[in-house]
Design a protein. Structure first.
Length: 397
């Protein structure tokens, strides 16, 4: 049976867990997505922060094709060269010590939760189980990750959640001090919150977290799933804040568009997992790892972190100028090419208006327009996005 690709068929075929745009995408090229009807859209969201190089980068396509021709899957019963090479790179970049590969962000978080609890189990304190996160965070949709994502919208109807989890108010120093104790196994942080609306953690909060870590001996887990791989102008966003995490989670762009995530741990975690403690069939898939290697090489080869810094600052200036003329803009936050624009109504209105003008932006946290463009966005394209927003704000009724 042939399917007509439209919203009606979508409702018939699928569970209703996604709110898809009424667009049927066919291919991508550079920073543009082409629809089945041939129309072309500037992509300022990169498949939710995944397509760091935009679409059709020759190096990624070649790496995938070459590896697929050799070996697509063999499982972690074996040693595979692309995994080894990517692990070496990630250890080199972070200065950490051991890697576990999984397939998605939420799986990286699950592995980090298990690693934290198993580490804490060796502390001699049987109550050291508590895993904390920050308000307004997002860590994923599986049970452990969801239990850390302390947002009623994500939790309703799904209880009971993972026990011994809890939330600290974001950037609230007093709350941090009162919540962490000797029973805390780990604190999960996004140094720049993505789904939460692009909010940066404060240096004071992180400094206190580091101090409390010395006192209570817990792990600090940096969720770099959205902010990592160069997006904020450094390889990981924690590198802007002087944080020394015990665990780093990477995903979204890591596999060059293929499903891949990584958990990278410090030397003190080296011997926590024993054989059989954790695993996944597809984790570290050689094709995904080959794509990941090509991605990381391209980030350095093309100086994409420097480019993200420059074009991010350019965009921030332009959006500030828009804010000076359009009172609908309440606040602008920018970390490299991770940009949040708080507006005074539902941000979904602007998403729809931008779509009419063939620009794809995204709404998060109700009233935040979020931009996560490919890191190789050029200034003509950035200008096109600014002109589009300017027109929408000017014509808004
Ligand atoms: C997207 C995201 C996740 C979850 O990743 P999935 O691959 O969707 O499971 C976790 N943490 C952060 C910060 C994210 O942005």
């Amino acid at each position: 049976m042939r399917s007509v690709i439209n919203s009606e068929t979508e409702q018939r075929l699928f569970f209703h867990n996604y709110k898809r745009l009424p667009l049927s995408v066919s291919r991508g090229e550079g920073r543009y997505l082409y629809m089945e009807d041939g129309s072309r859209y500037l992509d300022m969201i990169s498949g939710i922060g995944v397509n760091a190089l935009g679409y059709g980068d020759r190096r990624i396509v070649e790496a995938i094709t070459r590896q697929a021709g050799k070996l697509i899957h063999a499982s972690n019963l074996f040693m595979m060269k692309p995994q080894f090479e990517l692990a070496e790179k990630l250890i080199g970049i972070t200065g950490l010590s051991k890697v576990f590969f999984a397939n998605s962000g939420t799986e990286a978080i699950e592995a980090a939760i298990k690693l934290s609890r198993k580490w804490a189990a060796g502390s001699g304190n049987p109550a050291k189980k508590q895993v904390l996160s920050l308000s307004n965070c997002f860590h994923g949709r599986t049970y452990g990750a969801m239990s850390l994502t302390a947002k009623p919208k994500y939790l309703e109807g799904f209880d009971p959640l993972l026990p011994a989890t809890g939330s600290i108010a974001f950037n609230d120093i007093e709350d941090l001090e009162s919540k962490v104790t000797g029973d805390t196994a780990a604190v999960f942080v996004e140094c720049v919150q993505g789904e939460g609306g692009v909010h940066g953690i404060s240096k004071e909060f992180l400094a206190l977290l580091a101090e409390l870590r010395k006192k209570h001996d817990f792990l600090v887990v940096a969720d770099e799933i959205q902010a990592g791989c160069g997006r904020t102008g450094k390889f990981c966003s924690y590198m802007h804040f002087g944080l020394e995490p015990d665990i780093v989670c990477l995903a979204k762009p890591l596999g060059g568009g293929l499903p891949l995530s990584a958990v990278i741990g410090s030397p003190k975690l080296e011997n926590v997992f024993a054989a059989g403690n954790h695993g996944t069939t597809f984790g570290g898939n050689p094709v995904a790892c080959a794509a990941g290697l090509a991605l990381i090489d391209a980030i350095y080869e093309d100086a994409l972190m420097e480019r993200a810094t420059e074009s991010g600052e350019w965009l921030k200036n332009e959006i500030d100028a828009l804010a000076a003329r359009h009172p609908q803009i309440e606040d602008v936050r920018q970390y490299g090419l991770m940009i949040g624009i708080t507006v005074r109504r539902e941000a979904s209105y602007y998403v729809e208006e931008a779509l009419k003008r063939k620009v794809i932006v995204n709404a998060t946290s109700q009233n935040v327009i979020r931009l996560l463009p490919p890191l190789n966005l050029d200034l003509d394209e950035a200008q096109q996005c600014i002109d589009c927003l300017d027109e929408i704000f000017s014509q808004e009724t």
